[in-house]
Write a protein that binds this ligand. Structure first.
Ligand SMILES: *Cc1c(COP(=O)(O)O)cnc(C)c1O
Length: 433
């Protein structure tokens, strides 16, 4: 029995079986469907891209996997170099893992241990000399003079999504997880705030000295419902993190590789740690990475084994995944994907401009994402089936329908997706008359 994700197995609609896939198309028994959401944002080059397939096959013919404990290999070394090159500033230290959730776990562990490691340094760096009562001997007294309190808190955003493992559920704010966290009964040191400057200032004023990090999906909160917010918020977050000595972590698992219109939001505001996943391998194999700045790495780099990062996913830096990621990044740069994403954005603006329906609360467009939010989620009942009958695979959730298409999509195919999104409202309105 196959157990499906995010689904009540008893009542779920039967999933669509995919027999083949090429470009933006999924081939089903019924008809080809355009994948309007790139298999959860990942398949940016579309399916069966010959170069990506070839890169994986060539690596498989050498070796498909070796562990990274005590061993290393060229695809991993090259990918770490490449990521360091394309990420801004000194985000140069790449820790690979097998999924996005794990990459966020690693980022949170790094942030927590960053202060633990520094605290240990603090303990030995301050020495007090006292006159002992032992015939004038000098006694060295080690004093714990560490100005920080326990830095275990995480500042995160309302409606945040950072993955499905326990810690990522805690730093997230997805109502689907609240009941299971309640069942666990443990209160995490996580503060969730809306994306307003006022809430940000308040949070730092109240909790600034108990935080190890502030963790955000920058500019665009995908799992929360394609929520978008201003760069100004991130700029101010950076300043406040600096003032309060808090690490800023960007979860760019969804936004990375162009989805917001820039390659990484980190190019606009520099975080201390970034996580990437989803499109990292062009979607061809699951993989993720946590990339730390020099300042973070340096807090671990020491003679003491206690200051090491104790983590090591079995399949970290899997050679097939690294080969796919290297090829994906090469194609992204060579074929000017940022221009493709700009084109997607302008087509979406043009096509959705004339959608004016009282049931629509807001239309949101940013880079390679277009979304329609409705007032009442029940409005979207039947949408997936409606889209499927018109040749589009879509998966609305909460109160939104959206598209995050493969960047290689043709204008006519994108117009078809957006047309389905608009027509749904036209047809539904006619039916209700
Ligand atoms: C998808 C996602 C994750 C989790 O990644 P998985 O590979 O599914 O574990 C974490 N953070 C964000 C922002 C995501 O979109």
């Amino acid at each position: 029995m196959l157990w499906y994700p995010y689904a009540q197995m008893k009542t779920m609609a039967p999933p669509i079986e995919i027999l083949d896939a090429r470009g933006v198309y999924l081939y089903t028994r019924e008809r080809p469907l355009i994948d309007s959401i790139s298999s959860w944002w990942a398949m940016i080059h579309g399916y069966k891209h010959p170069e990506l397939t070839q890169a994986i096959v060539e690596q498989a013919e050498r070796f498909s996997h070796v562990m990274l404990g005590g061993l290393t290999h060229e695809p991993a070394l090259r990918l770490a170099d490449k990521l360091a090159e394309i990420l801004p500033g000194d985000l140069d230290y790449c820790f690979f893992s097998d999924s996005g959730s794990v990459a966020v776990e690693v980022a949170l562990k790094m942030a927590l241990q960053y202060y633990v490691n520094r605290k240990q340094s603090g303990r030995v760096s301050v020495l007090a000399l006292t006159d002992g009562h032992h015939g004038g001997d000098l006694t060295l007294q080690f004093k714990e003079d560490y100005s920080h309190k326990r830095r275990v808190g995480v500042l995160a955003l309302n409606d945040a999504y950072h993955g499905d493992t326990f810690k990522t559920m805690e730093v997230g704010d997805d109502e689907d997880y609240h009941f299971i966290l309640n069942a666990l009964g443990r209160r995490a040191d996580v503060y969730h705030i809306p994306t307003t400057l006022e809430a940000l200032e308040d949070a730092f004023a109240q909790h600034g000295d108990e935080l190890c990090c502030m963790l955000v999906e920058p500019l665009l909160q995908g799992g929360g419902g394609m929520l978008m917010y201003d760069l100004e918020f991130l700029r101010r977050a950076r300043e406040l993190c600096d003032e309060h000595d808090v690490l800023l972590v960007f979860d760019e698992i969804a936004t990375g590789f162009g989805r917001t219109g820039v390659r990484f939001v980190a190019e606009l505001v520099q975080p201390d740690i970034i996580t990437l996943g989803k499109a990292l391998t062009g979607g061809y194999i699951g993989h993720a990475v946590t990339v730390a700045s020099k300042r973070v790495f340096d807090a671990f780099y020491d003679d003491s084994p206690e200051r090491a990062l104790m983590h090591g996913p079995t399949f970290m830096a899997n050679p097939l995944a690294c080969a796919a990621a290297l090829k994906s990044i090469e194609i992204f740069e060579r074929d000017d994907y940022l221009a493709k994403i700009k084109r997607i954005e302008s087509i979406a603006r043009r096509e959705l401009a004339d959608l004016n329906d009282p049931r629509v609360k807001e239309k949101r467009i940013m880079g390679g994402v277009a979304c329609i939010e409705v007032h009442d989620p029940s409005t979207l009942t039947g949408y997936a089936q409606f889209a499927r009958e018109r040749g589009v695979f879509s998966r609305p959730f909460k109160n939104i329908v959206y598209t995050t298409p493969p960047y290689i999509i043709e204008e006519s195919e994108l117009v078809q997706i957006l047309g389905v999104m608009k027509d749904f409202f036209a047809v539904a309105r006619n039916a209700s008359r």
